[in-house]
Design a binder for this molecule. Sequence first.
Ligand code: TXE
Length: 479
Amino acid sequence: MQIENYIDGKFVPPLHGSYLKNSNPAENTVIATIPNSTVDDVEMAVTSANNARVVWSAYTLEERIGWLRKIATALDSRKSEVAMLESVDTGKPIKLAERVDASRSVRNFNFFADHAENLTQLRYEMSDATNYVIRKPVGVVGLITPWNLPLYLLTWKIAPALVMGNTIVAKPSELTPMTANLLCEILASINFPRGVINIVHGLGNEVGQAIVEHPDVKAISFTGGTATGKIVAATAAPLFKKLSLELGGKNATIILDDADLSAAAKGAARAAFTNSGQVCLCGSRILVADKVYDEFVDLLVAEVKNMTVGNPKLANTDIGSVISQDHMEKVLSYIELAINENGRLLTGGEPLSLPEPNSTGAFMSPTLISEIAIDSRCATEEIFGPVATIHRFDSDKQAIEMANQTEYGLAGSVWTTDIPRGKALAEQIESGILWINTWLHRDLRTPFGGVKNSGLGREGGDWSLNFFSELTNICVKDD
Ligand code: TXE
């Protein structure tokens, strides 16, 4: 399949005719080619987005909300195709792609349509004057997204950007172009106004960099690695662009001594290994109260051993392949390092060779490592694969210190039957998001984002609408 860029409402080849291969990591087969676009393709996309600004911002908020609902309906009618493509592109199990990626992509459009519909008019009364706040579009915005939740994260940015009247130049990860392309097919099928959404495929340091640098792109919403986030920030800062960075994480799952250990073991396994640990919110460090350590670890190991690693196309597969052979090598090198750092391998730790058609896929078993120092490289660096480290603590105070002993600060979860105790602990973790007795339970109205090296700013609900709009305050003196 040859994928093209989607610019000005049309599928167009890269101006310099160069293409990149795109593989299915579970079968190690080439499934598509995508444009190896350059700054010239980005220029064409930004021009198209600029030209579309007048048309798109002339629509009323209600009309833009209507368009979001049209996209949601059309996307929903092809939901199973979204899930199949996402599974083929990433190696994730089809049931995960259906339950998470496809349904959340539709929900993102409906959520922001609903949220914008209930937008509160901001007014501030004074004794002798009235202030009212209006929202204006930022203009052309740049959206750059990673390979772990491709359409889920792209639509999470597209929906609020659209409803606030902006036009878009977006670059999906070069590893996962398929569902972004399907979205473009859907936009074409509903005659979505041309030039409002432009997708340019290609490499990050070429196409991504060009989007961030372009003087007409006034805001950048980026999700990806911290290292890349630093490059994006350095490029955007002197240009005074609005910047939202959702970066890496090294999140703690904290098991208190009064937790329901069976529920906590299930929760900790899910938090560690969903999407093969390739979610920035994954609980990759599991901190366990001394008193319940042995019992909990036995339950956790049993949970993990019970996970089926298999062909992502099969409904009973819990864990598919990771995103690429290269990434698997990176993850395996961390396991080797952990052993050298005196870690103890409790389960997993090696690549798996599955029957055809997956015999050369990037499969590895979910891995738990204990007895490794909390300040070891494996317990402080983001591995972003099916690997979690386990650590003991002997007081809530120590659990907080250990949880905060990382350069990241995105998310975490606390498992306890004493809610006030759990809340008191959660509030002292340096993160943007904490769950108590659950994980990845999402209300899209809440602020989403991290602190420290996990990013800059918040998205979600009003925070997305504020990011993708320029607020103007008008103060009217009473006569
Ligand atoms: O992210 P990258 P990737 C972490 C995780 C993972 C690492 C790399 O540690 O191993 O990031 O994953 C584009 N200017 N997370 O490769 O490289 C790139 O093409 C502008 C956590 O996905 O940061 C892609 O579209 N753009 C993360 C996007 O940035 C550039 C989820 C992300 O690529 C660029 C995924 C540049 N100079 C990975 N260089 C999370 N928080 O969810 C690359 N890109």
